[in-house]
Design a protein around this ligand. Structure first.
Ligand code: SAM
Length: 128
């Protein structure tokens, strides 16, 4: 895909680009399920965080929330789309629940930090 930074880890593809440009490259009905968390109303979360969090983003959602969404709404073999990757906890959840995922994040730092967090998660699994 021209101009898009892409990293692949098993069934998870990470894209560092604008989701609108990314979606233009996909045919209709390409995905079975979209799990999206656009940046609306995030100022409330920033205010509560106080800037002391170890999270990748102040609006990071827990991987267990994504695992619950997958268990509740996805069926075996579903191809999942996340257009707003942020901290990429959804990628960890999809890996744990064995779903294929395309995850898109426009911000380079969030993209790199999210990918590192995913790789750390995989390394920790290998230790046990
Ligand atoms: C509310 S956050 C997502 C948080 C994520 N669910 C998590 O748990 O960390 C929204 C994210 O969308 C990204 N974003 C905003 N506009 C985008 C665009 N046009 N294409 C791709 N990502 C975008 C922002 O950089 C931000 O990381």
């Amino acid at each position: 895909m021209n101009g898009f930074k892409k990293e692949k880890r098993g069934g998870i593809c990470f894209y560092n680009c604008d989701n609108i440009e990314f979606m233009k490259t996909k045919p209709d009905n390409y995905y079975d399920l979209a799990i999206v968390d656009p940046p609306y109303g995030i100022e409330r979360f920033k205010a509560k965080d106080g800037g002391n969090s170890k999270k990748i983003t102040t609006f990071q959602k827990p991987k267990d929330l994504y695992r619950w969404i997958l268990k509740t709404y996805a069926k075996d073999g579903f191809k999942i789309l996340d257009t707003h990757g942020g901290s990429h906890t959804n990628a960890i959840a999809c890996d744990m629940e064995d779903f294929e995922l395309d995850i898109v994040e426009i911000d380079q730092k969030y993209f790199n930090d999210g990918l590192n967090a995913f790789d750390n998660h995989k390394r920790q699994l290998k230790l046990f």
